[in-house]
Design a protein around this ligand. Structure first.
Ligand SMILES: Nc1c(NC[C@H](O)[C@H](O)[C@H](O)CO)[nH]c(=O)[nH]c1=O
Ligand SMILES: CC(=O)[C@@H](O)COP(=O)(O)O
Length: 190
């Protein structure tokens, strides 16, 4: 399904875990800042709508989308957060630079998700033109910042529940609910 068939701002609060105790880092690229500010506002408003206190949302700015990688890495290393959202807008220019920036950021953020324990949510528009960016940052297709905020809450919850499940050696059910048995299973290979 392409974005044009899905409004990025739609979410069902009944399907979203309790986020009031989570802390979120948001790293925002200053390139195409009219777009990235719109994405940030979508993310911030969705987080607060899901009961995340504003004081639990940390924002850092970086020059461009390529710097989102380092900014997110330092956020993870120095801040007590449950998830990080990186926000950028890369728009095709006259050269191949677009390709390298998009690929570099994609791979860099993927690497952070593999190498660290904190989920990093990819809220980077990679558009052919400014109109596509406008449409996806609060325009006709909704706001990708909103989508990213909801993803951040859900991934922070999975991280939290998976940690508890591991501690008690209990299964984490597909619903995301823990199945804590009366007496925790004997830990294998004790
Ligand atoms: N053209 C865009 C860029 N380019 C800048 C790079 O992201 C980076 O800051 C520079 O290469 C220095 O390392 N960045 C965007 O976010 N969006 C663009 O459209
Ligand atoms: C993504 C970019 O770096 C690009 O917008 C820069 O424009 P150009 O390719 O014309 O130098």
């Amino acid at each position: 399904m392409a974005t044009e068939n899905k409004n990025l701002s739609e979410y069902d609060k009944t399907t979203i875990p309790n986020a009031k105790d989570f802390r979120f880092g948001i790293v925002v690229s200053e390139w195409n800042d009219t777009i990235t500010e719109g994405l940030y506002n979508g993310a911030f408003e969705a987080l607060t709508d899901c009961d995340v206190p504003a004081q639990q949302i940390i924002r850092w700015n970086v020059p461009g989308s390529f710097e989102l990688i380092y900014g997110a890495k330092k956020m993870l290393q120095t801040q007590n957060v449950d998830a990080v959202i990186v926000i950028g807008c890369v728009i095709q220019g006259q050269t191949k630079h677009f390709d390298f920036v998009c690929e570099g950021v994609t791979q860099g953020i993927k690497d952070l998700n593999v190498q660290t324990d904190i989920p990093v949510i990819f809220c980077v528009l990679t558009d052919n033109n400014i109109q596509q960016s406008i449409d996806r940052s609060g325009g006709v297709h909704g706001n990708k910042g909103t989508e990213a905020a909801i993803a951040a809450i859900k991934m922070a919850y999975i991280r939290q529940q998976a940690s508890i499940a591991h501690t008690f050696n209990q299964p984490l059910l597909s619903s995301g609910a823990l199945q804590i048995e009366d007496s925790p299973r004997k830990i294998e290979n004790e």
